[in-house]
Design a protein around this ligand. Structure first.
Ligand SMILES: [Zn+2]
Length: 151
């Protein structure tokens, strides 16, 4: 049984082609599904709740160094009962102190603005037909999102 008094200190990772059903998730394991640009894990505090993080330029970024994984930015589960907040860095869990609600709301608002800017840029790039590299990145991302939505 999950035990919130024994939080995980280390995380392993598994690359998967399908996101495993909740009941098949192991503790202290980050499941990475590149096909859907998503990671899933059980909350590192041990509460047993599932945490899903989308990978995108405006969500989370995954770093795999061949041995361990890191996720950035931090994972703030303020919406869960445990309100845990931590980083996964090189397979290690680093705990953050509890973030006051006002700060969480400010971060959410900033995130929303970042997304709006990102999509505004996307439209601009299409109109102006600038930087081919950037266009490739954007169209690849749009493809992924279309796939996720149609899942
Ligand atoms: Zn938790």
């Amino acid at each position: 049984m999950p035990d919130a008094s024994h939080p995980a200190a280390e995380f392993t990772h598994r690359f998967v082609t399908e996101v495993p059903p909740y009941r098949h998730l192991d503790e202290a394991t980050l499941y990475i599904c590149l096909e859907y640009a998503t990671t899933v894990h059980l909350c590192a505090c041990g509460c047993g709740l599932e945490v899903v993080n989308a990978l995108s330029p405006t969500d989370w970024r995954l770093t795999f160094d061949g041995e361990t994984v890191s996720l950035s930015p931090s994972i703030n589960n303020s919406g869960l009962a445990c309100a845990s907040h931590y980083w996964i860095d090189h397979g290690q869990i680093f705990w953050c102190e509890v973030v006051p609600t006002a700060r969480v709301e400010a971060l959410r608002a900033a995130d929303k603005r970042a997304k709006q800017r990102f999509y505004a840029d996307e439209v601009d790039h299409r109109k102006a037909n600038r930087s081919p590299a950037q266009d490739t990145r954007v169209s690849r991302l749009s493809r992924i999102w279309r796939r996720v939505r149609h899942k």
